[in-house]
Write a protein that binds this ligand. Sequence first.
Ligand code: GLN
Length: 241
Amino acid sequence: MTGERVRIALVLPDLLGTYGDRGNAIVLAQRLRWRGIGSQLVTVLSSDDAVPEGCDLYLIGGGEDVAQVAAVRFLRRGAGLTRAVQHGVPVLGICGGLQVLGTSFVTGDGQRHEGMGLVDASTEPGRGRAIGEVTTQATLGGVGMLTGFENHLGRTALGPGSHALGRVVRGTGNGHDQAEGAVNGHVICTYMHGPVLARNPKLADLLLEWAIGEPLAPLPDPPELKALRTERTRVHVRNRK
Ligand code: GLN
């Protein structure tokens, strides 16, 4: 695939960009670059017409309730995202992005909103915000343990059309059935910020392999990742005292 450019769409970072999830796009581009594969970042803003068709991967980050409602309105303007899902193009939705891609979500003010229905997952507010480190055992082969940082009020119940991305080992996750995140075909959703792909390179490579349709040579874990894992462990030990 050398020389070709993988088109990575960063969808609505102006609405769903509160938690630094745009870092996922940077991680994907860098992991391609390390393998000699070019990429192009397609940033889709709420001032644009609609989500473009023809990208190889779509990323939607997390954000506030009000921004989520505006995001659904925008995403409905075009068929870009829906077509991508129908064609098996990978989509990653984080936290508010998960809720937006789901069937419905109830915001903190009690209002129910329809989501995009691209994953079978519905969200209602919990009793308090779930904030902190979350660790799960991924359900997808080869991905292993996933770690991230969660910060959300919503609790998400999965329907029969999707399954969890991981089983919660530590933290809250979806808040139902020890499940974290949602998977439907090549749509992956998670509550994990971090950004999640910086902390979980195997998940990043899985999305890239789906995007380019061929296996990628493994890369060594960046030293920062080891340092981060050690630091997280230390923070937890400190917090427990
Ligand atoms: N507004 C949503 C919630 O609180 C999502 C927050 C987020 O994206 N971190 O549940």
